[in-house]
Design a protein around this ligand. Structure first.
Ligand code: F6R
Length: 600
């Protein structure tokens, strides 16, 4: 969701900015732009649509060694050239890109900017006009920037150019992610390290409400009172090849195929020299001290949280509640006496989850973040972090992060159980090894799954997923995957719930994908399939070896019954992938979606 890049150095900035924006495409966007500054002033190029469209309008003859760029995911105002960033102040002196939402923009317009004609419908424009107003009133640019930030309510990551000062990019952030990257004769700004890995792997983290003055030689961080803050850069441990597609047609397919590797990496990383699974003692202590765990997440991570509840309750025997972050934040339930909060987030930047984290920290509760991104906001602000080690996930539709989240939660449950002598009747390392092999086998069955996808989904406008127990949770994820990338309306239901209303939507030929991986409910889910078949549904049963029946469409290998989500989700990810592919959808960049949802 919205991405920012900036460059100040000796080289022409246009290509560096455009390449940086391409690396941020995965976050989701609907327009893009760059502004570059040279002795002739600031040159702005922006366009609705893709970076490829932007490239066609950038004037190659303009040479400029300072510039900023932006991908916009529309919040205030439709996706259009006018609403695209960068935005400029009325005189054209100031140019700015912004990621986030200014909640009080309307009030600020009325209170301070009655005399200003706004060109766009965005909340962003208020920032640039306020800066210009304060400068016109005699303030220095830095003071005007600082005083503007003090008025803003909401979230922002900002990069600002002043055409009277070619040597500076002003930067600030609050709640939205932003990093400054350092080089030997240049410095950069980026929403995430991947964007500027092309020029540097050394980054400085920024904290909320800090202002940064970035020049070619220097990075100066200040708080809102103007006091300077020293902070050393860290090295981003990212391999440039991790963020390339290689020979794959889509990142999503690459990331589905990476799942066996990720399983093995997780086993290896969480194992000690004695071959036992291990987790920081402070985290296990917090688990044991809690009387109830609250898992907070959104989207796919929420679905992983539902599976995590099952794992923690069954293995570690601690009660768990799972909450959608955006709901919890505004409607907090009655909490237990000693809660522990677990935030699950691939990106570690989801604004809804962060808002809950801020609230629970204020209440004095402990929080653990399970994330794929070290140094992300949710990781920095929680007491503890467990990393997914899944490698960068670029496709908007989350796949390998989901299975990694479940695997890490299984390890957390197992280590917690063992720490207080709760018997664990299986060898998790061995079982996760079996899982890795089973995922590999499933990834080798792509042709069969592609055929299933064609057979059931090529003409339909809707599809239902049903399952019981943990299969229900996986069905929710299967439905989310299908709808987000193929735009087929897909919903997941508990097998027994469908007949309480939704069965009315079953028509002749409606595809119903049923999961049957749990012995205790195998017969009852098959009963639910019969109910929908009697009303004309076209059933696709995906069962597990040992529970299969003649009518099943696909049988997944047998694994431990607590861990079936790790493999039953694979055919669902592939079904969604092929459904989107056959419908000609943009698999990696589905419409309206953002990878990193940094606004509430
Ligand atoms: C779906 C998907 C989203 C994310 C959700 C939370 O494929 O990717 O539903 O899971 O936006 O994002 P994170 O996990 O980064 O907090």
């Amino acid at each position: 969701m919205c991405g920012i890049v900036g460059y100040i150095g000796k080289n022409d900035s246009k290509e560096i900015l455009l390449k940086g924006l391409e690396k941020l495409e995965y976050r989701g966007y609907d327009s893009a732009g760059i502004a570059v500054m040279n002795e002739n002033g600031v040159h702005v190029f922006k366009e609705k649509g893709r970076i490829a469209d932007l490239r066609t309008i950038v004037d190659k003859s303009v040479m400029a060694t300072t510039g900023i760029g932006h991908t916009r995911w529309a919040t205030h105002g439709v996706p259009s050239k006018v609403n695209a960033h960068p935005h400029q102040s009325t005189s054209g002196r100031f140019t700015l890109v912004h990621n986030g939402v200014i909640e009080n923009y309307d009030l600020l317009k009325r209170e301070y900017l009655n005399d200003v004609t706004f060109v766009s419908e965005t909340d962003t424009e208020v920032i640039i006009q306020l800066i210009e107003k304060f400068v016109n009133n005699g303030e220095s640019v830095l003071d005007a920037f600082r005083n503007t930030l003090k008025l803003l309510v909401g979230s922002y990551a900002i990069a600002l150019l002043d055409n009277q000062d070619q040597g500076t990019i002003y930067v600030a952030k609050n709640k939205s992610p932003l990093l400054v990257g350092v080089g030997s004769d240049f410095n950069v700004v980026a929403s995430d390290a991947m964007a500027m890995l092309q020029v540097t792997d050394r980054y400085i983290e920024l904290m909320d409400k800090e202002i940064v003055i970035v020049t070619q030689e220097k990075v100066t961080i200040q708080n809102l009172n103007g006091e300077t803050i020293d902070r050393a850069p860290y090295t981003a441990e990212l391999d440039a090849s991790d963020i390339e597609k290689g020979t794959y047609p889509h990142y999503m397919l690459k990331e589905i195929d990476e799942q066996p590797l990720v399983m093995r990496k997780i086993i290896q990383t969480y194992q000690n020299d004695q071959g036992e699974l291990t987790i920081e003692p402070e985290i296990i202590k917090a688990m044991n001290e809690s009387d109830r765990i609250y898992i907070i997440a959104a989207g796919t991570s929420y679905h992983a949280g539902l599976v995590g509840k099952q794992l923690i309750e069954k293995i570690a025997q601690i009660p768990v509640e799972v909450h959608v972050a955006s709901e919890f934040s505004y409607n907090m339930p009655l909490l237990s006496k000693n809660p522990l909060f677990i935030f699950i987030s691939q990106s570690g930047e989801t604004a809804d989850s962060r808002s809950v984290l801020v609230q629970v920290k204020e209440l004095g509760y402990k929080a653990l973040t399970i994330t794929n991104v070290p140094g992300s906001t949710l990781s920095r602000e929680a007491d503890f972090t467990l990393l997914l080690h899944a490698g960068p996930e670029i496709a908007v539709a989350s796949t390998k992060a989901y299975t990694a989240q479940i695997a890490v939660m299984s390890i957390l449950a197992e280590v917690t159980a063992k720490s207080c002598n709760i018997p664990v009747e299986f060898d998790l390392i061995h079982e996760l090894g079996i899982i890795a092999n089973a995922i590999e086998a499933l990834c080798d069955s792509k042709e069969i799954i592609e055929q299933i996808s064609k057979e059931f989904l090529s003409v339909t406008r809707n599809c239902f997923f049903i399952g019981r127990a943990v299969d229900y949770y996986v069905g929710l994820e299967g439905a989310l995957k299908l709808k987000e990338i193929s735009y087929i309306q897909a919903e997941g239901f508990a097998g027994g719930e469908l007949k309480h209303g939704t069965i009315a939507l079953i028509e002749e030929g409606t595809p119903v994908i049923a999961l049957a991986t749990q012995e205790s409910v195998n017969l009852s889910i098959r009963g639910n399939v019969k109910e929908v078949v009697a009303r004309g549904a076209n059933p696709c049963i995906i069962s597990m070896k040992g529970l299969e029946m003649d009518e099943d469409s696909f049988v997944i290998p047998e694994v431990h019954e607590l861990l079936t989500p790790l493999i039953s989700v694979i055919p669902l990810q592939l079904i969604a992938y092929y459904a989107a592919l056959h419908r000609g959808c943009d698999v990696d960049k589905p419409r309206n979606l953002a990878k990193s949802v940094t606004v509430e």
